[in-house]
Ligand binder design. Sequence first.
Ligand code: AMP
Length: 394
Amino acid sequence: MGIKSIKDLDLKSKRVLIRVDFNVPLDENGNITDDSRIKAAMPTIQYAIDQGGKVILMSHLGRPKGKVNKAQSLIPVARKLSELLGTSVNMAPDCIGGEVKEMVDSLKPGEVLLLENLRFHIGEEKDDPEFARELASLGDVYVDDAFATAHRAAASIVGICRYIKEKAAGFLMQGEVNYINKAIREPKHPFAAVIGGAKISGKLEILENLIAKVDKMVIGGGMAFTFVKALGQDIGKSLVEDDLIGKAREIMEKAKANGVKFYLPVDCVCAPDAKATKGIETTTIQEIPSDLMGLDIGPASVTLFGEALAGCNTIVWNGPMGVFEQKDFAKGTFEIAKKIASSKGLTIVGGGDTDAALHESNLSDKVSFVSTAGGAFLEMLGGIELPGVKALES
Ligand code: AMP
């Protein structure tokens, strides 16, 4: 079913209610330490301003769980927004209620009002109909640009769509949905998925869905060791999910049945623990010493994975190849980032750690698309219909 774009709506002099994801990290003094989520929503906000809309922005920040917590106020975001937009952004004391309504009513075309943290109300996360109706009453049209929250059935995302006549996706939302759909619905083959990170448990659904779609599955990170153990090999002290060994075996059998080339690391960088700066050695995957753990893929795996990815026309990547936060165990992740960035195919990267690794190596603009989302990106890759996307369908 179709989803309208913000460009399909007439915004002139309308109250344009935009759900954004301003869930930014704050330090103890309330300073924003990474404003990329605010910047990511700027094209939509600027467009609404340029079209003469009266712009009302709403977001959550943190997990206040229905209680007002000053440390999770969006006031620092209003300040940052004013700076980025070059115009003063008004801050509402709440997200619903009489005073907020008055502030909305006095907005002039091109002006921007930021509502206070939606999660100060318990109704937001519960998708309470009354709360959703009150939010909806603040706008003439609704635009959802919060892809990173699209996997949550919240009032400002799902319930609100029942009470507002016109709804559409913002540019960020549209980009995310289009790119991820392109990869999972109509991929150009050969199609490879590179999946890493600590554990299989959070990623079972994507692994199971992707195994039916990809030509190649490349596994790195801590999760690789559950697969290696499932093959009957010793993995020393490496991270393992013993209860998922059966599942890992099943996934590999499915890969075989579907003709999917399944790649596991052939060597790894080992150490006594993830904080170690001494006792680090590189071994083959068959010879991990019993007192060490695998913390990064080794150089032979980088070469192998690189060869597997060369010539692929679609690559999706989620999850680091090792404990990339530590210099000694970061190389595998950065090397794979380079291989993916040099691909001529469609390359889609998502998940907080993976984005961070790409950013750190200045490669973000060398891939086709970097998702701003973690959970929503994974769920959509896993073939799960996102409530926030479904709600926008007309
Ligand atoms: P995830 O959130 O599941 O994508 O996992 C990301 C985390 O996995 C990062 O913080 C990495 O430090 C961690 N990680 C990656 N490889 C390993 C490994 N071999 N052993 C332990 N942790 C790992």
